[in-house]
Design a protein. Structure first.
Lengths: 250, 299
């Protein structure tokens, strides 16, 4: 890392920085004074190493491919959203939707991640050193979410085939998310991810969660049950009673 | 969208700069709300005079004549300080009576705030220009909340701008949208609250005002708001000696808090906080959904 190019965002624009990162094939970069700016180092698709010295705003390292981004600070909404490959690491905390819809690569949040971490993840691996907020891994399709701290309410709601490992407590599991046994193959996955993330934890301390696969198919039996219960008449009565406004959703 | 900021100074250190720092924060939230802006500044003047901030949009009232009519009603001296289309009336007489008298007797006047510590200014237009017009940067005090508006639920008007008053020395700013505001407005009108706009945030303010008038503490009022308000919100509520924040249970709307030994700052985005003095040593965190946070000088 002898030849490091520095971008000072107090002097240069995010657009200049990102255009440069999009134009090069490789190299090492340092970004200073980000001061909460949005979209810092978004859209990288090269074997670059970027170190950001301070806190960033929305969508930092969004759509990231190959290369590494390291943030010494905190990040706002959508850190590494839709990440494809490579590594993104943040030493502080990330707010909402970290790693959202990520297809691949490794996202390491050394602090806490806020609500909806890994929402709709599609193959990304996310390791969080602290806690995750509510509805994390919502509709997660593939990939692995590892949480060293606690998970807030509705973890893994409507989850598909992603895997979740939590060392601390889980406030509540979302619909169709259940605890599953930890086998040798899962310990191997955890060991590998913890090693690559550089976070210190014993794989044996984690519990595993995933899909009960009850939402995968439409159950025709349920419609019979609903009809027997009163069916359309009951719904009409509910609407006459005040309708969607009253009930939020009728 | 909308942007909100709040700055609460725990120590004397930056109180002369309260307005300048708040204006700096507001500037960073311009892109979140370019339609209109407003701010409430709290200070601790000598004595216990009530200040009433009023707005006469598009009219040019004879402030001196209003003052002359008001004095005999109160049996006390009244001073008036015009600030562009706003004016601040100050009296050591009965502040509640003065406020009601102005509502009942002066046409085309909006009473924006009342209390011993608060002054409140708002207008349509670029947030930087609004801050400049009412000299936000030149103001000192203990705490301030401010708002930049991107209108979604109702028209871009000064009366639809934030903050909205919720009682003596209290006001509210909102980022989000409420889905049950029409029904709630009708209920609150039956309970005696009055509204000037079709704005959803004014209903949230009216709701909090109603609960405070019923004797709730700010904590109790916000606990009930969690049950009765449906929609998306991050609120910052200025109170006599500090401020409170609350996010809805889904927490779609952003909020970040930073705290040092000297100050607590909250904003929609970190960039509003990024240039405050001593920010590098601040503890920075995200408020949890459905949790009430308050900071006050008395705590």
């Amino acid at each position: 890392m002898s030849d490091v190019t520095t971008f000072d965002l107090a002097e240069q624009s995010v657009r200049e920085l990102n255009q440069h990162l999009h134009d090069v094939e490789g190299g090492s970069f340092r970004v200073t004074n980000p001061r909460g700016a949005h979209a810092v180092a978004a859209g990288i698709d090269a074997d670059v190493a970027v170190e950001i010295d301070g806190s960033v705003g929305y969508y930092c390292a969004g759509m990231h491919q190959r290369g590494t981004v390291r943030i010494d600070g905190n990040a706002s909404t959508g850190l590494a959203e839709n990440m494809m490959s490579g590594t993104v690491r943040i030493t502080g905390s990330a707010t909402m939707s970290a790693g959202a819809t990520g297809h691949g690569g490794l996202l390491v949040v050394e602090g806490n991640a806020g609500a909806r971490c890994g929402i709709s993840m599609k193959g990304i691996d996310i390791v969080v050193g602290g806690d995750v907020g509510h509805m994390s891994a919502f509709m997660a399709q593939a990939g692995t979410l590892v949480v060293l701290g606690d998970a807030a309410d509705d973890l893994g709601d409507s989850i598909y085939e992603a895997e979740i490992y939590v060392r601390g407590s889980v406030a509540s599991l979302g619909t169709d998310c259940v605890e599953k046994p930890v086998e040798a193959e899962h310990l191997a996955v955890l060991t590998d991810l913890l090693e690559r993330s550089g976070l210190d934890a014993d794989p044996a301390d984690f519990r595993r969660y995933g899909s009960a696969r009850e939402l995968y198919n439409f159950h025709v039996d349920d419609i019979d049950a609903e009809l027997a219960d009163g069916g359309p008449d009951e719904v009409d009565a509910e609407l006459a009673d005040g309708g969607p406004d009253e009930n939020g959703a009728a | 969208m909308c942007g909100i900021v709040g700055l609460f100074l725990k120590t004397e250190r930056h109180r002369q700069e309260l307005g300048r720092l708040t204006a700096m924060m507001l500037h960073e939230m311009r892109e979140r709300g370019p339609d209109s802006a407003g701010f409430a500044v709290y200070d601790r003047p000598e004595g216990d005079a009530t200040r009433i901030t009023v707005l006469a949009e598009g009219t040019r009232p004879d402030w001196g004549a209003i003052r002359a009519d008001l004095e005999p009603v109160l049996g006390a001296e009244v001073t008036v300080t015009p600030v562009h289309d706003h004016a601040v009336f100050s009296t050591s007489g009965d502040g509640a009576l003065a406020r009601q008298w102005m509502i009942d007797n002066v046409d085309d006047l909006a009473v924006l705030s009342h209390g011993s510590q608060i002054e409140l200014y708002k207008s349509v237009g670029d947030p930087d220009l609004v801050a400049e017009r009412y000299d936000l940067a030149g103001r000192s005090g203990t705490h301030a909340i401010a708002h930049t508006r991107m209108a979604t639920e109702s028209a871009i008007t000064t009366n639809g701008s934030h903050p909205f008053v919720t009682g003596a020395n209290t006001c509210l700013v909102h980022n989000g949208s409420l889905s049950n505001h029409n029904r709630l407005r009708r209920q609150l009108e039956r309970a005696g609250e009055s509204f000037q706009t079709e704005n959803d945030s004014e209903v949230a303010a009216g709701y909090v005002a109603w609960r405070l008038a019923e004797g709730d503490t700010i904590d109790e009022a916000l606990q009930r708001a969690l049950v009765d308000l449906d929609g998306f919100y991050t609120f910052a509520i200025g109170i006599e000696d500090g401020f409170a924040i609350l996010r809805d249970p889904i927490a779609c709307k952003p909020a970040v808090v930073a705290e040092t030994d000297d100050w607590v700052a909250m904003s929609s985005e970190f960039r509003a906080i990024a240039q405050l003095p001593g920010v590098d040593d601040a503890e920075v965190w995200e408020p949890k959904p459905a949790q009430i946070y308050t900071w006050s000088l008395s705590a």
